[in-house]
Ligand binder design. Structure first.
Ligand SMILES: NC(=O)c1ccc[n+]([C@@H]2O[C@H](COP(=O)([O-])OP(=O)(O)OC[C@H]3O[C@@H](n4cnc5c(N)ncnc54)[C@H](OP(=O)(O)O)[C@@H]3O)[C@@H](O)[C@H]2O)c1
Length: 456
């Protein structure tokens, strides 16, 4: 069983200990009940004057048992409401070679939108905590861990289970954050940049003067791929995205932004580059894979790495799945040979056994970050209780860059409180003024009526 399998399996027993939390309850939850704890410790203290150390140990054990932490749990397949904020009980302790990390920020990936609909086979069945990347601070180290220390800020990579306040993970799945990197950036980097780097450099063999098509160019992987293309001289980047995002992606390094929603992107590309392209990255699947293959120049490379066309709404769409399956790209070895093209597939979720390779790529990426050559673009941040809004933002195609989830409970803005008070005061003043005016009006009316009475 790989580290990720173990982490995934570890999700299951915790399911019984979960309690769903309302946002308000969640805010109170992490507060330990200090009085209760010391009471229960003194009750269970042995009568034969055992050393104080034992009392301390028991107190700690008790604290570990009563500890609760916030976790997002996929409770079944379906719409946004299937991901629920729950409280898990018991402080997980790191075993040999593991560390416990207090999570500060988590990345939302397209795979989690697919996973919610039961379309991502690398996510174990519900109930399960999703989350393949996060960042945070090491707060405990297990036996044998040499190169991580309590207090280290790290980014973390796993198969699932990272969307929670604390995670226990193999120490070698954590990577020290470079100086100046924010927790949001650290949570945004691993999956998108490793994917983009491996496709472009390991499979695509990108070099100067090449042309590349990047679909979903304003998304997490899209922006990562664009920045990495820009580390090589004279690479022409064609990027498809919704029209409202073109200005941003152009500034970010896309040479030719194309609005795939109103135009045929293949025709647009042929107008600019009649011979076609050197590299096409295909995250869409279905009929777009054939289009991608047709767009390649001889000696060009197609890298298939997603099936976004299968996602058309909040819930699983059988028609879209059937269409995508019916239109899937197939080619015989002989035709491939005659075409002088390469077709590759990339899936990070199936590279578990190649972790040293992934770790090496991540180290390279962190170097590029330090040199200022890459920088994750954060689209938006949402607290755990707002996870539905976060998923909606990505699924409704509104994000430019990475959507981040924060385990920390959402705080009522003090300014908003002041505003509320101010507007309540204003309402009160307005009410009082209205009352005064009405009073004056009544007095005026009474005055006016008096002579009338006299006249009659
Ligand atoms: N194989 C791997 O190892 C691997 C790893 C990571 C990601 N991926 C794949 O890479 C792709 C991008 O992933 P990401 O996490 O970076 O997400 P993302 O690009 O941030 O995804 C959201 C954006 O994709 C575009 N989009 C295109 N088709 C869509 C659809 N059917 N539904 C919703 N949005 C759609 C939208 O932007 P526009 O309208 O502007 O285009 C939307 O804003 C996905 O296909 C994902 O599965 C694969």
């Amino acid at each position: 069983m790989s580290a990720e399998d173990a982490a995934a399996a570890a999700q299951q027993p915790l399911a019984e200990e979960r309690a769903e939390v309302e946002p308000q309850a969640a805010e109170q939850a992490p507060e330990p009940a200090q009085e209760q704890k010391s009471e229960s410790v003194s009750q269970t203290a042995p009568e034969d004057n055992a050393p104080e150390v034992k009392e301390e140990e028991k107190k700690e054990e008790n604290e570990e048992d009563t500890f609760t932490y916030r976790s997002l749990v996929l409770t079944g397949y379906g719409g946004y409401d299937k991901v629920k904020l729950q409280l898990k009980k018991g402080l997980p302790s790191p075993g040999e070679g593991e560390v416990r990390v207090r999570v500060k920020a988590c990345g939302l990936n397209f795979a989690e939108l697919l996973g919610r609909q039961g379309l991502y086979e690398r996510l174990p069945s519900p109930p399960v905590t999703p989350g393949m990347e996060c960042s945070g601070v090491v707060e405990a180290v297990g036996e044998g861990v040499q190169d991580r220390q309590v207090g280290d800020s790290v980014l973390v990579l796993g198969r699932c289970g990272l969307w929670q306040e604390v995670v226990v993970i193999k120490a070698d799945h954590t990577f020290p954050m470079p100086d100046g990197m924010s927790y949001e950036e650290a949570a945004a980097l691993p999956i998108n940049y490793i994917t983009a780097y491996m496709m472009l450099f390991e499979m695509g063999n990108i070099r100067p003067d090449k042309s590349v098509l990047i679909h979903m160019a304003a998304g997490g992987v899209g922006i990562a791929a664009t920045q990495l293309c820009n580390t090589i001289s004279d690479v022409t980047v064609f990027g498809t995205a919704s029209a409202s995002k073109h200005e941003v992606i152009k500034q970010g390094g896309v040479t030719h932004p194309i609005d795939y929603r109103t135009r045929d992107y293949a025709e647009e590309i042929r107008k600019i580059s009649p011979k076609g392209l050197d590299i096409v990255l295909d995250p869409l699947g279905g009929s777009d894979t054939q289009k991608a293959f047709n767009l390649l120049k001889p000696m060009g490379t197609l890298i298939v790495y997603g099936a976004a066309n299968r996602l058309t709404g909040q819930r699983k769409n059988l028609l879209a799945l059937a269409k995508s399956w019916y239109n899937q790209f197939t080619i015989s070895a002989l035709s491939l040979m005659h075409s002088n093209k390469a077709v590759c597939g990339f899936h990070l979720g199936y590279l578990d056994d190649e972790f040293p390779l992934i770790a090496r790529v991540l180290q390279t990426l962190l170097e590029l970050y330090k040199q200022g050559k890459i920088k994750p673009r954060i689209d938006s941040t949402y607290h755990f209780e707002q996870v539905a809004d976060a998923m909606r933002r990505m699924q409704e195609r509104n994000n430019i860059g990475k959507v981040i989830l924060l385990p920390e409970p959402k705080k009522e803005e003090p300014k908003a409180e002041e505003d509320k008070k101010e507007s309540a005061n204003e309402d009160k003043k307005e009410g009082e003024q209205k009352n005064d005016i009405q009073k004056e009006e009544r007095q005026e009316e009474n005055k006016a009526e008096e002579p009338k009475t006299g006249e009659s």
